[in-house]
Design a protein around this ligand. Structure first.
Ligand code: KQY
Length: 364
């Protein structure tokens, strides 16, 4: 594996493919951190296994597990799934496994962004994060891919989406936050995205989902379903703090053009009713640096937009909410050539993210 420091993907003819382009595979990490996953992570691991099997039905999946969890992961996951031992600080493959880029000849390389646990010492979520930060490079080594060293720029994979035709979508609340790259202007950040993702237009949604502890990752509020079309998390409840946030994103998207000069078609995906964490769930979480990670009644950032597009399926969350079926039907209509598989994801949500956050695709 070569570590590339003196060039960029765009200069070398590489670009990040959209998630709906063909995959060679996918990466996940087995969860066990006791201040993220309640009651030692037993329920979370069950939910991760369901997600893993749904993805492995149509693409090669690699699951990284700690030395402590390796035997358990191997026992719980079917033989079609590759399990490798690898250290991490938690289980958010989207955020710190590599972003992959591909060139016209089909060669694939990785990008190793800097990771600081969603805000470092400013407003990050845990410390230390050095095992997470080493994962992108280790995965590229494992998969025999050269890797661009961009550790001087803090970026989580969940903070970007691309359409595969020159457009990147992100949120101001996250990528302009003080805990990421405070020394850089918006124009400088845009320039990095253009140099590394092979895009020529960056769409800046103002915000993400209410109370999302990532400073509002785009992958929880809005996703491309094809070039020129997005699914946007939406509520009709004007009393809900989310209403103004989704409305602001809609207004932005209605006035935006993508890299090809197209207007964006927005498909509203309903949100579930507010999901809050229970006292019993909180009691099952260890403290992080003497502080409880969650308090009873706290609202979780539940959203159906946090789905994963595999070669054959859409793997999406359900929450036991009346909107589960409606959200599934809308996504099924938007992806007629993939089968929508819904997984009860409360035990993933309690950790602070959802199905898209725990997966990272490898382009074919
Ligand atoms: O990408 C994400 N949504 C990860 C959130 C991390 C939360 C840590 N408890």
């Amino acid at each position: 594996m070569n570590i590339i420091k003196d060039s960029t993907p765009t200069a070398d003819g590489f670009r990040m493919p959209a998630e709906y382009e063909p995959h060679a595979g996918c990466i996940m990490i087995f969860p066990e951190r006791p201040d993220s996953w309640q009651y030692g992570g037993y329920a979370a691991r069950k939910a991760f296994v369901q997600v893993a099997e749904a993805i492995a039905a149509s693409e090669k999946l690699t699951v990284c597990a700690s030395a402590r969890q390796y035997d358990n992961a191997r026992a719980l996951l079917s033989s079609r799934i590759r399990v490798v031992e690898m250290s991490s600080d938690d289980a958010w493959a989207r955020d710190y496994c590599p972003t992959f880029v591909r060139n016209g000849k089909g060669e694939v390389r990785g990008i190793d962004w800097g990771f600081n646990a969603w805000g470092g010492l400013y407003d990050g979520l845990y410390f230390p994060w050095d095992n997470d930060n080493r994962m992108a490079r280790k995965i590229c080594d494992l998969m025999d891919k050269d890797v661009y060293d961009k550790r001087d720029f803090i970026l989580e994979g969940g903070s970007i989406h691309v359409d595969g035709e020159g457009t990147c979508m992100t949120t101001e609340s996250c990528l302009l936050s003080k805990g990421r790259n405070p020394q850089m202007s918006r124009e400088q950040i845009e320039s990095v995205l253009m140099q590394y993702l092979g895009v020529s237009r960056v769409l800046w949604l103002p915000c993400g989902i209410y109370h999302d502890e990532t400073n509002g990752h785009v992958d929880n509020i809005c996703a491309f379903v094809r070039p020129g079309e997005v699914a946007l998390a939406w509520t009709e409840d004007e009393e809900d703090a989310q209403y103004e946030m989704s409305r602001a994103c809609l207004e932005y998207l209605n006035s935006a053009r993508d890299a090809k000069g197209r207007r964006i078609t927005v498909h509203k995906l309903p949100l579930p009713k507010p999901v809050t964490v229970t006292k019993e769930e909180c009691e099952g979480l260890d403290a992080c640096w003497d502080e409880p990670t969650r308090t009873a009644g706290e609202r979780l950032a539940a959203s159906y937009v946090n789905f994963y597009i595999s070669n054959g399926n859409i793997v999406m969350p359900k929450f036991g909410d009346p909107a589960d079926d409606k959200a599934r039907d809308i996504l099924q209509g938007l992806f007629p050539h993939r089968k929508v598989v819904q997984i009860y994801a409360r035990d993933i949500l309690i950790g602070g993210g959802n199905i898209h956050c725990i997966t990272q695709q490898v382009p074919r």
